[in-house]
Ligand binder design. Structure first.
Ligand SMILES: [Zn+2]
Length: 304
């Protein structure tokens, strides 16, 4: 099995165009959350961005969440809408508007998914989440919040396995268990699938076809810039998103896995990147099935 660095190099080395890519970070190291920080979002205040951090708490109340579903398992930062966010007019998406698809893999996690959802809500952006079955079972409240807020939920296997190593029985188990977990917790059956590490296998492809799941859904990575799992920091990651953003681009990001071990300030990339992409005249769409059975054209970035 390839290490994270090798997979990252592969991911960046790929030729331009829509394709199956390597979900580059994959060393799922076990870690202990030494310091658990909780951001108390300042409800009704004009204070922008990150607010007061408290240390040592296990849970945050989600009173300030813009969510229609209040998640209870939150152990990471929150994002409070800025004055500019509140003054933002609704996104105008017309037939000619170039659309970028933000995709978040490996969640839901209490460390980062609530923050991502806060930012997307504040900015009026819909995204596509490739959830793992095991994470969805652990944090169903967060998964339900993502669905309730209008994001597209798709499957990323049950526990982030490397499919080329699996025989068909084990591949089927990972796909079906993941599909059942999302269906049970969300009440909606997923229709799209992304391979962990972007690594498909013929036997798994056969199971996807049998289950009517579309995928693997890939991503675009045309630059040599580092992705979020490589902890390049907020400035570099903002540059990555802005550089990759173009009409119909599917951008690989994470709300779980190794990306959540990066220093917290990196996460400020997301509101900044969204604003910068819009300043360049683009808007945001979600990944949906096209209904065509033609490899890379099975999905497209469309208006939410
Ligand atoms: Zn992944």
């Amino acid at each position: 099995m390839l290490g994270a660095a090798a997979l990252a190099a592969q991911a960046r080395a790929r030729a331009p165009g829509r394709r199956r890519g390597k979900d580059a970070f994959d060393v799922r190291r076990r870690r202990t959350l030494v310091t658990v920080s909780v951001l108390v979002a300042l409800l009704g205040s004009g204070v922008a961005g990150f607010a007061t951090w408290l240390s040592g708490a296990d849970e945050a109340t989600a009173d300030a969440s813009p969510a229609s579903v209040q998640e209870v398992s939150v152990v990471g930062p929150r994002y409070a809408p800025t004055a500019a966010d509140r003054a933002r007019p609704p996104a105008r998406i017309t037939p000619g508007t170039p659309l970028v698809g933000l995709t978040f893999d490996d969640g839901p996690t209490p460390e980062r998914t609530p923050y991502v959802l806060d930012v997307l809500a504040a900015k009026g952006v819909k995204a596509t989440f490739f959830f793992q079955g095991d994470q969805t079972e652990k944090h169903p409240d967060i998964a339900r919040r993502a669905l309730a807020e209008g994001h597209v939920i798709a499957l990323h296997s049950y526990e982030h396995v490397y499919f080329p190593d699996l025989d068909q029985a084990r591949a089927r188990d990972q796909i079906v268990r993941g599909e059942e977990a999302l269906t049970r917790e969300l009440g909606v059956r997923p229709t799209m699938f992304r391979y962990p590490f972007g690594e498909a296998s013929p036997v798994a492809d056969a199971v996807l076809a049998e289950r009517g799941l579309i995928g693997g859904v890939g991503w675009d990575w045309r630059s040599n810039l580092k992705g979020d799992f490589e902890c390049p920091g907020a400035d570099a990651l903002t540059r990555f998103v802005v550089t990759e953003a173009r009409d119909e681009a599917v951008i690989l990001l994470h709300d779980g896995g190794d990306a959540i071990t990066c220093p917290d300030p990196q996460w400020q990339y997301l509101p900044r990147a969204i604003d910068a992409v819009r300043d360049n005249g683009l808007e945001f769409g979600v990944v949906r099935p096209t209904g065509r059975k033609n490899g890379d054209e099975e999905t497209a970035v469309v208006a939410p």
